[in-house]
Design a protein around this ligand. Sequence first.
Ligand SMILES: [Zn+2]
Length: 216
Amino acid sequence: MTDADLREELVRAARAVKQRGLSHGTTGNVSVRAGDSIIITPTACDLATVRPEELAAVSLDGEPLTDAVPSKEAYLHAAVFRNRPEASAIVHTHSLHATAVACLAELDVQDALPALTAYYAMKVEALPVIDYCAPGDRRLADLAGSAARRHATVLLRNHGPVIASPSVATAVDVAEEIEQTAKLFLLLQGRPSAPLDDVERRRLFEATTARERKTR
Ligand SMILES: [Zn+2]
C-alpha cells in the first residue's frame, strides 16, 4: 500500500470513529504503521473532517517527522506499535460509556468488562486497565507499551480505550464493540448479570481469530 493509500484508509477510519459516536469534539486519535514510521491524526483535529494531507507522521519512537503536529498521544501509539509487531493500526477514543467504566472506583483491573455477549467475546480477549497518568505523559506510553506485548486492547484509567489491530477497519469495529459492552455493563449495574463463562469466551475468541488468520 502506498503512503497515499494509507492516508486515505486512515481518514476513512477516522470518519467512521466520529460517525459511530465514538468521539466527541477533537478527542480520539487513529494511526497506521507505514514501514518504519507511523501516520497519525494531528493534534486537536476533528476526526470527521481531517484530510489526508493534514495527517502527521512520527518515527517508531514517537518523534515528529513532518511539519503537521501529531496527536499528543503519538508516544503512546508508538510504544504500542514497538511492542506489538502484528499491529498495523491503533484507535484510541474517549467514548462515553467505556470512559465511564474507566472512572469506576471498583474495577477489575485485569479485565474491566465481562463478556456479556458473544460478539464482545469474539472481538476482545481481555481489557486490562492501565494506571492513571496525564494524557501525553511518557509513563503512560511505557505502561501501555508493556501491556501491548500481551494485550491488543487496554483501558486507560479515567481516560478511554486503546485498540491495536492488524487492520484499521477492525480496530474501529473493536472500539465500537467495547463501547457497546461498556454501555450494557453500566445498564446492568445493580442487577445480577450472567456473562459468558471463560471457556465459551475463549472458544469464541479463538474461533474468530483462526478464521481471520485464514482470510488474511
Ligand atoms: Zn486520549
